[in-house]
Design a protein around this ligand. Structure first.
Ligand code: SAM
Ligand code: SF4
Ligand code: F3S
Length: 493
């Protein structure tokens, strides 16, 4: 399979298709006697979220408004489902939801349905749509995001299900797309796509294709733009950001991106996701330690504490090797936080293997763990492994692991109590009641109140809090967050 850089010369066709769709939807809007809306459903990781910001930009350019009805199953004239296939429960939603939208198609509330994302790289899913959901208009894969307007225009013209799954791994720069960023405080910036690691349990390399990196200069241009638009936090994305640049000619590495990005002083937070233990360089850790605007948080997936399991997972490190990196990070980035992903019940995992996972979690004192029950992904190597673990054993181990990781996370939160921490404000907390939410540079979630003397200060504006920095006196800890009271703004804005 080849990697193809999308050339801006293709944009003429892209623009024409957007214009045609704009005309088509404008006619439909006249027929329906109201503005047309879209509902974009996004599942999965931040890479999908980032793709959806581009889909949203393209849908807006077609003259559609985001549906004001809340809930994933809100009817809208155009429905786009951006799917995830990483675990079984991630792909369960799709077919149930498609069933619901059938009734919206019948009563005229919905006119166009497109399905994209990682599930579309699994042929069984596409076949099921073909056979049981023929009212879907378009199916396409994540590799062809840059063709969405063209594919949708062709599907609408044909007026029957159009399936476009390609064999190439395209890479388009962000500047190719109109992007409608979903958050005011954080800009998502993918720096690379795909994955070459083929961990034996994981569908991502099949769904997202071969690893390919964006151009260094284009990334830098985008970061400068984002900074000038007022974003204070940037999240650099890739399945394995530490191997950024392989295959590019300029020799730039992920450390170079972090180094340059950290010189953009408008950014108060530079975050990144995900890192793989095999490629994490000391230079990256050094930059994290030295630059005040690079987050002091490393998400480094461990997956298992047993060398035998790691080997069968095709994760090329040992538990001790992982601990060396963890210790190095803790020594170099003082007060930093370390989080991880763990899979329980991988084929052949014995009680002894599992106990090793518990032990390493305690040793590494993770600040937070994302724990998953192993889910068979058809098409991956591990799906064929013997010794799949019975579900009652997996559930029991998962319970023990969750108990431990909850306690570790609670400990991590407790350590913050009594300290003043700088927080980047993300908005009003889900709890409401005048409570705001934000994160420390170590990615701890902080809920806080704002005292009246700050609210009454001249220039205080409730609507422009997102993205601002403030000091919070941390007074109370919960299992996954801390509570506090704002002391003052620290960004001088
Ligand atoms: N590229 C990232 C890395 O290696 O750190 C991981 C990205 S993946 C989208 C997020 C997590 O999902 C993985 O770290 C793994 O723990 C989990 N995961 C992936 N495939 C899984 C499966 N088949 N069953 C259970 N968990 C899975
Ligand atoms: Fe999946 Fe492994 Fe690639 Fe992460 S590094 S996306 S777990 S194959
Ligand atoms: Fe899911 Fe695809 Fe991300 S499988 S986790 S949306 S890369």
């Amino acid at each position: 399979m080849s990697v193809i850089r999308v050339d801006n010369s293709e944009r003429a066709g892209f623009e024409t298709a957007l214009e045609e769709l704009k005309g088509f939807f404008s006619e439909l809007s006249k027929e329906k006697g109201r503005p047309l809306t879209y509902n974009l459903l996004t599942y999965g990781c931040q890479l999908n979220e980032s793709d959806s910001e581009k889909l949203a930009g393209m849908l807006s350019d077609m003259g559609l408004e985001k549906s004001s009805q809340s809930g994933e199953l809100a009817p809208a004239d155009v429905v786009v489902m951006n799917t995830c296939s990483v675990r079984e429960n991630a792909d369960k939603h799709l077919f149930g939801n498609l069933g619901v939208f059938k009734s919206f198609c019948k009563n005229g509330d919905t006119s166009v349905i497109a399905v994209c994302g990682c599930m579309m790289k699994v042929p069984e899913n596409v076949n099921k749509i073909k056979s049981s959901y023929p009212y879907v208009n378009l199916v396409f894969d994540p590799q062809q995001l840059h063709r969405f307007p063209i594919l949708l225009r062709d599907a609408v013209r044909k007026q029957k299900l159009s399936v476009s799954i390609c064999g190439e791994d395209y890479i388009a720069e962000d500047s190719y797309f109109p992007i409608e960023r979903q958050r005011r405080f954080r800009a998502l910036v993918p720096i690379m796509y795909g994955c070459n690691n083929f961990c034996t349990y994981c569908i991502v390399p099949y769904a997202r294709g071969r690893e390919r990196s964006r151009s260094f200069s284009e990334i830098m241009k985008e970061l400068e733009d984002i900074a000038s638009q007022g974003y204070r936090e940037v999240m650099l994305l890739g399945q394995n950001v530490n191997s950024y640049g392989k295959g590019n000619e300029d020799g730039k590495t992920f450390a170079d991106i972090l180094d340059e990005a950290s010189k953009i002083t408008e950014f108060s937070r530079i975050r990144f996701m995900s890192s793989h233990p095999k490629d994490l360089s000391d230079r990256v850790i050094k930059i994290m330690a030295e630059r005040p605007n690079v987050e002091k948080h490393l998400h480094l997936a461990l997956q298992s504490g047993s060398d035998a399991v790691l080997k069968r997972m095709n994760r090329p490190y040992t538990a001790e090797g992982y601990m060396r990196i963890a210790d190095n990070f803790r020594n170099m980035v003082k007060g930093g936080s370390l989080t991880t992903d763990i899979i329980v019940g991988f084929p052949g995992e014995t009680e002894e293997d599992f106990v090793k996972t518990l032990e390493i979690c305690k040793r590494a004192a993770f600040d937070a763990c994302f724990t998953f029950q192993y889910s068979i992904r058809p098409g991956t190597k591990a799906a064929e492994f013997p010794d799949q673990i019975p579900s009652d054993v997996v559930t029991e181990r998962f319970g023990r692991l969750t108990e431990l990781t909850n306690a570790l996370s609670e400990e991590s939160c407790k350590r913050l109590v009594g300290q003043t921490k700088e927080v980047l404000i993300e908005g009003i907390s889900k709890a409401g009641n005048g409570v705001y939410t934000g994160r420390t540079i170590t990615n701890h979630l902080v809920n806080f109140t704002i005292p009246d003397e700050i609210r009454n200060q001249e220039g205080f504006c409730e609507d422009s809090l997102e993205g601002r920095l403030c000091n919070v006196d941390i007074q109370y800890s919960r299992p996954y967050s801390v509570d506090g009271v704002m002391e003052r703004f620290t960004d001088g804005e």
